[in-house]
Design a protein around this ligand. Sequence first.
Ligand SMILES: Nc1ncnc2c1ncn2[C@@H]1O[C@H](COP(=O)(O)OP(=O)(O)OP(=O)(O)O)[C@@H](O)[C@H]1O
Ligand SMILES: [Mg+2]
Length: 356
Amino acid sequence: MFKTKKLVAVDIGSSAVKVVQLGGYPASTAIEKFAMAAIPVGSIENGIVVDASAIMTVLKTVVSKLGIKGRRAAISVSGSGVMLKKIKVSRTMDANFDEQILGEAAKSFQLDLSEMYFDYAEMGQSFGTTSDVDVLLLGARREVIEQYVSIVKGAGLEIGVMESGAISVANMFELNYGTVEGLIMIVSIGASHLQVGFVEHGRFLFSQEMPIGGDQYTTSIMQGMNLPREAAEALKIGISSNPAAVTPELTRMMAETSTLISNDIRQCISFFRSSPEGDDVGPLKYCFLTGGASRTVHLDSAIAAAIQVPVHFVNPFQKVEIKTKDLRLEQIGTISSMVSCAVGLGLRLKNDKVAV
Ligand SMILES: Nc1ncnc2c1ncn2[C@@H]1O[C@H](COP(=O)(O)OP(=O)(O)OP(=O)(O)O)[C@@H](O)[C@H]1O
Ligand SMILES: [Mg+2]
């Protein structure tokens, strides 16, 4: 069988950089290289890179440690400068496909296309038609993309493809759990933002982001208990595996953020329902959670109560073999939710087209 090597996945999050090299083929995917390294607090704010050189320094160290200099990378992009939109495009003989994509991109992003980088992926025939296909458009402001490109190149890697974080997470999900019947949502809650993706029978329909994440809990604990950042962060993470240690004071401090996050997720569902993509799909069957902050104590039950849908955690290693000493077995439980995006991104192949 013809084998194509996978790209090195680089997920630059606002709290840490994750780098994953996958090997193997769908039935036997394995992690061959792995690194995760914290980036200085404040290097990315509101999804915008404010200290590119600090991130580059961290990534450079990781690249040299893993011995992957010069390799091509798949990069995840997310945040306020990135937009994802599903459109319908006619595939009839007399319709120019590329022109339709350009026209739809100009309409969807409402920005001068010269200020944007955009890419698209065909997703198959549109429901109920024979001549239309669904196309997923990814658009991002050029300055946002250029920053990611300069960080990754500066750290010694070549650019392969860019992918929206919501798509990477959906691909990670399918790799591990296959196609789930009906409508599901996958919610990824990071340090500074959350991403919601809706998937119906394996078809990605819609995604939305909200600027809230785990940092907000840390800030509440810092302010409420007058603690330095590191101590507040350690306390927050410690109680996630020991709920008995949660004092009434901590519960009160953290409840406000859990309510905000749960309400934002509920709002994403309403928004999806009022969009053309969410109009004609059946009931929401499950909500799957991932992202580091999804592990916050009692957050899963707060979300389940707010949206009235069963909530489950995702294991990005469910069907992924660990074939590297970079990742020790005892680490897996604590870091798994933080690497979901990188695992999905690592599925991109070396012969996928170069997007930048
Ligand atoms: N066990 C845990 N309990 C609670 N919070 C946790 C736990 N582990 C990690 N976190 C939080 O998860 C966040 C990091 O998660 P993740 O790596 O998914 O975010 P990121 O990719 O850096 O951020 P973003 O995607 O928002 O830019 C931090 O806020 C961290 O405090
Ligand atoms: Mg992230």
